[in-house]
Ligand binder design. Structure first.
Ligand code: ADP
Ligand code: MG
Length: 256
């Protein structure tokens, strides 16, 4: 059965999508069977995997509304080496359409009960909010990967996320744990970033991943080619950092 991870942080622009697609591609490169689920109505992870969200016949929306299974709604991202359960605009409506539905936060978990057997890893790219969509992700997951920039307010934002995860753990999903904090867009020349990084390690210990993702323009360019950086330019500094992170994750799940 696949290990399921949410890539979550309620802040926007912190590197969730970049982490999701590059980790997916990195895991695929080392032979893991990966499903990437895009839970953000913006569909950036879908497009960033070379799947055109405007041309999708079925998306994660159909899975949440139980009109399709994951096996029916997924597509294969050829160049990236992993499967994609895509998202498009209509996903924004799912929240409203699920109001009043019983156990609506469990829809994704239920869908994964079947599809999970086909994969080693399922990675879920969450929207920048603690919404019903994110809640579906958290209820379906074994763990949360939190990408964060080492900035002053980063620690403050973490408190809300940690509290949400604690509540979901207590009430809805006993499996859920923070797997780790991933330092992204890191620039070691900036003293503040080093300080925040040290604070993170002091506070969260081995919950901070060893891998550190540097700020690297190749990672930012890759989405416009419909590719994760790891596929677009494997030799770039940012790409090799994500490959290292993929290997760290493979080791991590052995102890889970
Ligand atoms: P989120 O999904 O949390 O909103 P994104 O992954 O979309 O964040 O990243 C926000 C922006 O930062 C994007 O333009 C992305 O290309 C860029 N970016 C992400 N990680 C890096 C990095 N390590 N180096 C340079 N740019 C990055
Ligand atoms: Mg995103």
């Amino acid at each position: 059965m696949a290990k399921v991870f949410c890539i979550a942080n309620q802040k926007g622009g912190v590197g969730k999508t970049t982490t999701t697609v590059n980790l997916a591609a990195g895991l695929a490169k080392v032979g893991q069977r990966v499903l990437m689920i895009d839970l953000d109505p913006q569909g950036n992870a879908t497009m960033g995997s070379g799947v055109d969200k405007r041309k999708l016949e079925m998306t994660v929306y159909d899975v949440l509304l139980e009109s399709a299974s994951i096996a029916e709604a997924k597509t294969h991202a050829e160049k990236c080496g992993y499967d994609v359960l895509g998202a498009s605009r209509d996903l924004a409506g799912a929240e409203v359409e699920l109001v009043g539905v019983e156990r609506r936060e469990m829809r994704l978990k239920q869908a994964l009960a079947q599809a999970g057997q086909d994969y080693d890893f399922v990675l879920i790219d969450c929207p920048p909010s603690l919404s019903m969509l994110t809640l579906n992700g958290l209820c379906a997951a074994n763990g949360v990967i939190v990408p964060m920039q080492c900035e002053y307010f980063a620690l403050e934002g973490l408190t809300d996320l940690v509290n949400t995860i604690k509540q979901v753990h207590a009430n809805l999903n006993k499996d859920l744990a923070i797997i780790g904090l991933l330092r992204v867009m890191f620039d070691p020349r900036i003293t503040l970033q080093q300080q925040v990084s040290e604070q993170l390690k002091a506070h969260f210990g081995d919950k901070v991943f060893n891998s550190v993702i540097p700020r690297n323009v190749r990672l930012a360019e890759a989405p416009s080619y419909g590719l994760p950086g790891v596929v677009f330019d494997p030799a770039a500094k940012g790409s090799s950092a994500y490959l290292e992170f993929a290997e760290e994750m493979v080791q991590r799940i052995k102890t889970m």
